[in-house]
Design a binder for this molecule. Sequence first.
Ligand code: FMN
Length: 303
Amino acid sequence: MVDRKMTTAVDPLKCTGCGLCIRVCPDRTLSMVGDRAVVTGERCMHCAHCAAVCPADAVHVAGLDNWAQEFETFRFGGDLWLPPGRFDTTKLVSLMRSRRSCRNFLDTPVDTRSLKDLVKIGITAPSGTNSQKWTFTILPDRPIVLRLGTAIGRFFERLNRIAGNPLLRGGLRLLGRSQLDDYYREHFDSVRDALVEWKTGGIDRLFHGATAAILVGSEPGASCPMEDALLATQNILLGAHSMGLGTCLVGFAVAAMQKNASIKASLDIPPDEPVYSVIALGHPDETYLRQAGRKKPLVRWVN
Ligand SMILES: Cc1cc2nc3c(=O)[nH]c(=O)nc-3n(C[C@H](O)[C@H](O)[C@H](O)COP(=O)(O)O)c2cc1C
């Protein structure tokens, strides 16, 4: 993908001709001309691997900036690269295994600086053809989370009215459309109960009382928009856990926004920008004593 605002350039005075930049380039953008690396290719995904690998600091990718490297809630030890094997795997796995979906949040607001840092943590993820077209819609306080929750609640109220009608379900079944049947079987009762609890007791079974949320989507034009958004999402979940924040993915919110564009519009999200994850965020009001187990997955070895 050609991005006209970005350019990759090699400084011929600094280049030593070691060829490392050519070796790591996924787009064959660079080649050796004489004894120097030169940008000869038309295509460049601006992944900046060439700049990151150059021992002479001779390659520069214009258009990238240091924004993503400047964190507000913790000191980031500069631009050092951690080689493979240099991080304690026990610590990494402990972090991953200790993250839990939080269903009880305190009223305490989330520091907006943490929300900004979480976006920067999110975008350390890989993205298909390095498109980086992910979008982050931040709901920084409880009233805005509640506004979204109310809109989603209305959506599910309507859906339950439709799905609760046996004639409608039967008619659609005859037409070979089983989605309403599936919804009725799997979600109708729990959604009905959650709506009642919300209306009678103010119990928030959707966002669990979260005081902030981050919605991760993608602008049009990404080659793998869903994968990009979900990889960034997982980084945010882990980053939040390390920062002392609880998170919970809200699949019901994603489903409602996919079906009803006006919910997205109410948050100024354009219709052509799908939302792939909704992350409820806040200070957790629950403490686990041990890690949660996992089922054994199907693992297939092919020899
Ligand atoms: C795509 C997706 C959607 C989810 N949606 C919801 C949801 O709407 N409400 C909720 O309470 N938890 C939701 N979860 C959380 C899962 O229930 C949770 O990840 C699972 O039980 C494992 O627990 P853990 O996250 O603590 O490891 C969702 C998780 C994923 C991956």
